[in-house]
Design a protein. Structure first.
Length: 77
């Protein structure tokens, strides 16, 4: 069964609370706060070649939506 994950920006706690109340009885739906803090290390030299096969942050569209709208929805298997 497919699940839906609503990710709400930390700054939009009002929306987070409202979605939790409205969607509380829905099966397969979860509402969470985006608690990530963006901290980037700055290097003088470019990073070495990427060794991972897949990027950890493969959801740049969702990241942009959270930043612009304050929320996004992700479909999970």
């Amino acid at each position: 069964m497919e699940r839906l994950l609503f990710i709400v920006a930390d700054a939009r706690r009002d929306l987070y609370e409202a979605l939790r109340k409205v969607l509380a009885s829905e099966k397969g739906v979860e509402v969470i706060l985006d608690r990530r803090v963006i901290r980037r290390r700055h290097r003088e030299q470019p990073p070495a070649a990427e060794k991972r096969r897949f990027g950890r942050r493969g959801r740049s569209l969702e990241d942009a939506e959270v930043h612009a709208r304050g929320w996004t929805v992700v479909r999970l298997p």
